[in-house]
Design a protein around this ligand. Structure first.
Ligand SMILES: Cc1ncc(C[n+]2csc(CCOP(=O)(O)OP(=O)(O)O)c2C)c(N)n1
Length: 568
């Protein structure tokens, strides 16, 4: 069925089409290139016509992270639009994160007017000369799946539908569309388009049955099978399939460098967050959605261990170097591949053996969890606050109506996430500045959930806090921000220590790693109408968290706790 609507410009047709295709938000950081789009927004808003909701996001770092956060919760790409080359440059770190995390996104930028005169939209500002580049997409091309410049009005529908189909196809990742001002400005009377996109939408795929059978034989023959997982929970549907595999085998599942809830963390077969103790004895390892299952330079499984990989793209083809070996590699949707693997395993595994293994893992898990809790509770009165105790207090708040976004310092061993889609950690590319925007995007996607954003003080500064707090207030997106404030870049300090354990820097102090003197971060949140407190004493933390949550849930205002932690 086609639809014919009255429009004044290509820009207006573009908005009509995005709305028709289910794009709910345009996270935008505008410039002169936006003029025709803003004109179209004003007209359509006045006339009550469908639109992706326009959110002004006053820094590109936050804008891209918001689209990332929305998509990681819903699986659906939203539109981001930034100002020509300079906006795209600011957004690039976030785009790298989205690419490496396999997150769909329609990233777009205006295109400087090409003509000096003679067309509607021709150059009329001094920047219009200097902001043109020879190849605008070159700057981002390595980190998008597809890029294109909209050339004319007749191709609008094909181009937008293709962009959305490609970004959602696996392996998912951002696409880049540039929108020249002359094209957006073109005057039209009507726009005719198919009511639903006819672009091919490839179905989920599953690995070949013979490869699944081979993987099952390898795993079933093992005496000490081990499962390592990092990002299977990107698809919440994969969690149940992974549980089926683990239960069929009676194998421990270790969340190694995890970025999602991959496996219920209170399950008897959850093996914790560190594979090191398992690697020497494992005789078969199932690696699920993990770009880095271990560090070959430090500790790897025994050379005799058999290796099975499950991932959308087990080659991680976009990584220049990745040498992890595999005896069998199963591509496709882990949700389907793991379900098939569980079916293939059941007849092959002696259920008494699986039950014995399960009991051993469960007993070790009980001990490990109790030890973690004892360790944190012993630190509960410390001042400055220990991050283990802070993480325990945050962990105690988690329920299935909570979403936690963690950029750096929440200690996973102190919390127990059970619900798929309730925890998200920094993408493997680690481009700082993701957390604040991702939390805001998650709140857009799940307004009925409480969103808690845990950030290091370093990560907080990278997240463009003024822009992020502004967005929170302007669009009623209350988030509980928790700043793990250790007045340092501890990750960098740790890198120095592992590089030169007894070196100069370790003994004499480490330049380039300090964030002293610390700003009063609470003032930044208050400046945008938020509630905020500084907390210095561990004993005061549970009450402070309760007060902050009350503000977020009842007053529906953002709240920030500036938690003064021990300095490394
Ligand atoms: C855009 C960007 N710049 C620099 C880095 C390097 N880097 C990695 S961790 C880190 C420090 C993070 O500090 P903080 O959030 O306070 O956490 P902490 O390390 O203290 O636990 C830095 C600077 C990065 N990952 N991304």
């Amino acid at each position: 069925m086609t639809k014919k609507v009255a429009v004044e410009s290509t820009a207006e047709a573009y908005l009509e089409l995005l709305a028709a295709r289910g794009v709910e938000y345009l996270f935008a950081n505008a410039g002169t290139d936006f003029a025709p789009l803003i004109e179209a927004y004003a007209k359509r808003t006045a006339q009550g016509q469908p639109l992706p909701r326009p959110l002004t996001v006053p820094h590109e770092v936050t804008a891209v992270a918001m689209a990332h956060g929305f998509a990681m919760v819903t699986g659906r790409a939203q539109a981001v639009m930034v100002h020509v080359i300079v906006g795209a440059a600011n957004a690039l770190g976030g785009l790298i994160n989205a690419a490496r995390a396999g997150v769909p996104m329609l990233f777009s930028a205006g295109r400087n007017p090409i003509t000096e005169t003679g067309m509607r939209g021709s150059r009329n500002r001094p920047i219009h000369w200097a902001q043109e580049s020879f190849d605008q997409a070159a700057m981002v091309r390595e980190f998008v799946k597809w890029d294109y410049e909209l050339r004319n009005f007749p191709q609008l529908e094909t181009v937008v539908d293709r962009a959305l189909a490609i970004t959602h196809a696996e392996p998912q990742g951002p696409v880049y569309l540039t929108l020249p001002r002359e094209v957006l400005s073109e005057a039209h009377d009507t726009f005719e388009y198919a009511e639903a996109s006819r672009a091919p939408r490839p179905s989920a795929a599953v690995a070949a049955p013979e490869a699944v059978a081979e993987a099952a034989r390898i795993l079933a023959a093992a005496r000490r099978p081990l499962i390592l997982v990092k990002a299977a929970g990107r698809d919440p549907g994969a969690v149940a399939s992974l549980v089926s595999v683990a239960e069929a085998l009676g194998a421990p599942v270790v969340d190694q460098f995890h970025t999602y809830v991959n496996f219920p963390q209170d399950h008897a077969l959850h093996g914790g967050f560190d594979a090191t103790p398992y690697l020497d004895t494992a005789d078969a390892v199932l690696v699920v959605e993990s770009d880095v299952p271990w560090f070959p330079a430090l500790k790897a499984p025994s050379p005799d261990a058999r290796l099975v990989h499950v991932a959308v793209d087990p080659l991680y083809s976009r990584y220049p170097v990745r040498g992890f070996a595999a005896d069998v590699a199963l591509p496709g949707a882990p949700r389907l591949t793991l379900a098939a693997l569980a079916d293939a395993l059941r007849p092959l595994v002696d259920s008494r053996v699986a039950a014995e293994r399960r009991e051993a893992t469960a007993a070790a898990g009980r001990e490990r969890r109790a030890a973690a809790e004892t360790r944190a509770r012993a630190l509960r009165n410390d001042s400055p606050i220990d991050m283990a105790w802070l993480s325990r207090c945050v962990g105690d708040l988690v329920d299935d109506r909570t979403i936690v976004v963690n950029e750096y310092d929440l200690d996973a061993t102190q919390a127990t996430f059970r619900t798929p889609g309730s925890y998200f950690a920094s993408p493997s590319s680690g481009g700082l500045g993701w957390g604040l925007g991702a939390a805001l995007g998650a709140k857009c996607a799940a307004p009925e959930h409480t969103v808690i954003c845990c950030v290091g003080d370093g990560a907080y500064i990278f997240g463009s806090p003024t822009a992020s707090h502004w967005v929170s207030r302007a669009y009623d997106l209350p988030v509980l921000w928790i700043v793990f404030n250790n007045r340092a870049w501890n990750a960098v300090k740790r890198a120095v220590t592992s590089h030169a354990p007894d070196g100069w820097a370790k003994r004499l102090g480490m330049p380039l790693t300090e964030l002293d003197p610390p700003p009063d971060y609470e003032l930044l949140c208050r400046a945008s109408g938020g509630w905020a407190e500084k907390v210095e004493d561990g004993a005061a933390l549970p009450d402070a968290l309760r007060r902050a949550l009350e503000v977020v849930r009842v007053e529906k205002r953002q709240a920030l706790l500036n938690v003064i932690c021990k300095k490394p």
